[in-house]
Write a protein that binds this ligand. Sequence first.
Ligand code: ADP
Length: 375
Amino acid sequence: MTRILVLNTGSSSVKYRLFDGTETVAKGLVERIGEPGGEARDHETALQRIMDQIDLTGLAAVGHRVVHGGSEFTRATIIDDTVVAAVARLVPLAPLHNPPALSGIDVARKLLPDVPQVAVFDTAFHATIPPEGVTYAIDAALAQRWGVRRYGFHGTSHAYVARRTAELLGVPVQQANVITVHLGNGASACAVQGGRSVATSMGMSPQGGLVMGTRSGDIDPAIVFHLHRVAGLSFDEVENMLTRDAGMRGLTGENDMRVVEQRMEDGDPVATLAIDVYCRRIREYVGAYLAVLGRVDAISFTAGVGEHSPIVRGRTLAGLSALGIEVDTERNERNAPVISPDGAPVAVCVVPTDEELEIAEQTRATLAASGAGRG
Ligand code: ADP
């Protein structure tokens, strides 16, 4: 048996999916952990509940989603005490994301001491970006000392979507140049050259790049100092605003894209401007990555907004036929797998992402490569 349990442990929730091969045999979500009236007192209780619910016979490994792997982790890695210590050292770089992953790992190792556990990092896929794509033009010694560089995130999604896009086009992934655009609550774009990430929009943290549900994406760094010195906000207040109250929520008061789109359709100019800002940013990155890649075979949209919003896809890529990019209205409206017209130089695709499946496959591959797997 080759069952893999995938765990995605967040600060107040644990998502799980049990795979047998590529088949999902169980999945679920424990939410509002630690909240009054929540489903579980703490992560340990939540994971114990999950283990009690599912049939763990033949479990080959547990794959954990870990957001930040820093410079250390360039691929999925079998977890031991050294790995746990290294992920803990990265907490200052990912204060919101790495601590819950660590508690998930800790509890799962305790509850399943004989099952190999694998950490799959959101950052690892971007380890192939060349130095000029990850280096910020700031004091080099400071940057080196404090780990200030671009890491990039959503790597499992970009890797998966680039591969699926190549399958859709019927070419080996090694020969395909793809721009992947992941638009969920968090959002990022990635230039994938022959299956390897060569540029991505998120930076040292998941704050940078595209406009998101509640995060600003790229802003002029001077804005932070202006809000501190002139508007009198503390750094914590600025950080909170940029993380939780910016992006679509900052622009419209609403982070759910469906609601913003409805408001735009009802004629609300605030919602219209917000969607224009959102699409313009994606368009700027698409243009940048066309230049980085030189030749692009496909642009693929994924995640909640990318998979379901003809409005966003259509506005983002409107008027680019001179660059070989066209969107067929009817295909776009029905979220077809390929939404560009037949024969267009650049295929525009809608590819549902599956981060859990990618984590399961990387977990399996890591195990096989280590010789620890039995099949
Ligand atoms: P997460 O990053 O939490 O996994 P998802 O990938 O589920 O998020 O994406 C969530 C976003 O997708 C929300 O902003 C939601 O409004 C948006 N979304 C979902 N369905 C649609 C739709 N039919 N049209 C536009 N946006 C949608």
